[in-house]
Design a protein around this ligand. Sequence first.
Ligand code: NAD
Ligand code: ZN
Length: 294
Amino acid sequence: MAQENLSVVLHAKGDLRLDNRPVPEPGPDEVLLQMHSVGICGSDVHYWQNGRIGDFVLRKPMVLGHEAAGRVVKVGSEVTHLKAGDRVAIEPGVPRKMDEFFKMGRYNLSPDIFFCATPPDDGNLCRYYAHSANFCYKLPDNVTFEEGALIEPLSVGIHACSRAGVTLGSTVLICGAGTIGLVSLLAAKAMGASQVIISDLCAERLEMAKELGADFQLTVTREDGAQQLAKKVEDTLGAQPHVTIECTGVESCIQTAIYATRSSRQRRCQRSGHQRSLSLLQHLANGHLHVGVG
Ligand SMILES: NC(=O)c1ccc[n+]([C@@H]2O[C@H](COP(=O)([O-])OP(=O)(O)OC[C@H]3O[C@@H](n4cnc5c(N)ncnc54)[C@H](O)[C@@H]3O)[C@@H](O)[C@H]2O)c1
Ligand SMILES: [Zn+2]
């Protein structure tokens, strides 16, 4: 095994380095992974450019990366379900305690969860990385490492649609056709949504959304008013959408989502920590509270 472990380490805001770190030794319930594919998330870029996301502040060097797949090269003494050679996708969030959230099956809400590349926890944009074996999922032979790395962002879309109750015949507005908007689109269609309308400022992103199955694309400008956009959505669908999934983190889109969605239905905001003005809504979204009226 190569002894070097080149790692993409963020030392401070704007100070990204390629450091050689020791190859970690897996603990009893961990596996050592040779990393193969690691996505660059908007949050990695945000930490690099700003040194923080909301209350998560970089105070010591941290390895970036949390959308990842790799190959098991060594297993801890208590690991029985994985062996060297297995290809796995990584769930980057590992609960540290068996707290009330863990017991409810919602360990992702655990306040002291370990999460790759969220300060102070190291991520896996490196050559060798040790992770809890229970949070490594074996990939079938027909799923590539690259696809394995995309499972984490895909799960964001699946989670949003399932929390919002997207089901057969749902009509859905998705604000934003970036990565998260597109995975939400894929999930909504797979869960049976009959019509999905997706908005973005960028026509190229909407083209991609069309290729991935969006029924309607809405090109917007920053000058468009929230109520005006909500009306366009209603006119296009013939009725207000049952569900809106907000995937821009932009305040005006959250307003659009609130105006556009049919009464007593669901609006989902993808959590984001970018703008202080959104802190209350982010607090709600971080807590996965439903934003709804009536
Ligand atoms: N819950 C999670 O685990 C999770 C994970 C990743 C990202 N996020 C959040 O999801 C959001 C989207 O992330 P992303 O990685 O897809 O970002 P992205 O930057 O790739 O996509 C955002 C899209 O919104 C579009 N947009 C910007 N302003 C707009 C407007 N006024 N109207 C319509 N579209 C507009 C942009 O053109 C872009 O295509 C962010 O708020 C991010 O913090 C949440
Ligand atoms: Zn991510």
